[in-house]
Design a protein around this ligand. Sequence first.
Ligand code: NAD
Ligand code: LMR
Length: 332
Amino acid sequence: MAKEPVRVLVTGAAGQIGYALVPMIARGVMLGADQPVILNMLDIPPAAEALNGVKMELVDAAFPLLKGVVATTDAVEACTGVNVAVMVGGFPRKEGMERKDVMSKNVSIYKSQASALEQHAAPNCKVLVVANPANTNALILKEFAPSIPAKNITCLTRLDHNRALGQISEKLNVQVSDVKNVIIWGNHSSTQYPDVNHATVMTPSGEKPVRELVKDDAWLNGEFITTVQQRGAAIIKARKLSSALSAASAACDHIRDWVLGTPEGTWVSMGVYSDGSYNAPAGVIYSFPVTCKNGEWTIVQGLAIDEFSRKKLDLTGVELTEEKELAYSCLS
Ligand code: NAD
Ligand code: LMR
């Protein structure tokens, strides 16, 4: 018997990530090749015509899994009955701008969209915030939608996780699919800590630690970390636009693993509401290693944290605490 369609909200759907993301969702990349979907696309009135153009293209693409498309500038209509909400709408960082510069514009959007989601989304709706500052936008959404369980509100650090996998695969000249269990700790910003201390590579003679194969701690503790931390800025410099296809692909990976589960023995990075695990600050959205099963994420516990890592986990935690304060000051 055919499955019931899942209704997926994409905010900012007329933007560049939206344009890359909606066809992926309609093709089953996010929820599976046998899962029909209905797309609810939201943007603001100046983008209404462009949004309608995206809707026309979705119709023209004749995606077999796509059972309906709503294109609207009304947040209530967009949020009604959604099972998955991918929050991309907002103002992106431009060349030379720090993420804090975009804070005040974006947190007020997330405060108002929190209410629309809380009142009109389907029960147990899963929320992924992509728009920057992603962790803090997600926190504001959580704070102003108190009836949505905190565990249902997450932010995207999977792009950073995938970037880390990509860097290791290039360094070792191995398939990216053979690298696993990197970790992104903390904020989706330049203070994030990409950690390879538990990462492995599948080789013809079995699974080997990344550190043993790379044999270059100076690179792993230096250039590797800064390359991943600065990759968003490097893409902006090269394209004059922030990353879009890789962000859309990572958003699909995030939701797919959350809904359908992570493979045995593999974890991924997700920004989730912190309970203070690993002495990260509680009460912020912090990126942790997680496994997912039956639609629920669980923070991987018990990983050893050395002194070098401890400092980096703390640094990004301090930034998130400061961002939280700044966000509240922008809202008051
Ligand atoms: P974009 O400017 O191309 O698109 C953003 C869209 O959001 C626009 O169409 C705009 O009209 C719309 N929008 C603005 N306010 C809105 C509102 N109140 N409601 C609904 N829609 C609204 O930007 P983009 O390149 O698609 O990037 C979107 C966001 O994602 C940015 O904040 C960017 O910094 C962020 N981003 C995050 C990651 C990540 O890994 N977390 C990666 C890349 C980009
Ligand atoms: C990215 O990581 O590509 C985006 O978050 C862009 C940015 O603002 O750094």
